[in-house]
Design a protein around this ligand. Sequence first.
Ligand code: GRF
Length: 216
Amino acid sequence: MERLNLGILISGRGSNMQALIGAIRAGQIAANLNIVISNKADAAGLAFAAAAGIPTQVISHRDYPDRAGFDRALDGALRAADVNFVCLAGFMRLLTEDFIEGWHNRMINIHPSLLPAFPGLDTHKRALAAGVRFAGCTVHFVRFETDTGPIIAQAAVPVLANDTEEALAARVLAAEHRLYPLALRLVAEGRVRIEGERALVDGRPAPATAVLNPAD
Ligand code: GRF
């Protein structure tokens, strides 16, 4: 694939975005940071991106009568910024099928669970309620159904006895910050191919990282 011209979409804190920016600036990922777009003007990640010298834009979903209109504006802004690859990083809007099709195999997302388990919101709460022993995170290409699509990489972390939602979220987030740059690097290096609806890395099933045993 050609050199990545990235558009990063955020809605809030933007710590995954920061991890991507850090890896790119450290020379670990060959990519241009074309634009960071937030649907929320007060997203903390926007200030970080601006301070890092990356063009930023706010496109508020509240300014559009429907999802289709918002998504068209988003699409237009990405294309105007010459973006050829989109990273969702805590972007909290559901996207329309048209938008997603327009970025087919050119848009990835990070989700804080071992997909296909626990898609959607309240991931950690549901993982704790289900009593799973491992949690984790997944970077995947984006398809229409929420949190589905070919998996590029996953990281697992243990669920500990007496874990709280906050403690588990923090443990998973630390793994996210390692996994997202790794997955984007694989894409940037042209090592990811989609066959059927599976992502292959160097022709093999996607890698798993940081599989740990529960400490208790
Ligand atoms: C992360 O846990 C991400 O996996 C999920 O939303 C959270 C965003 O955090 N999609 P941040 O904005 O990247 O700090």
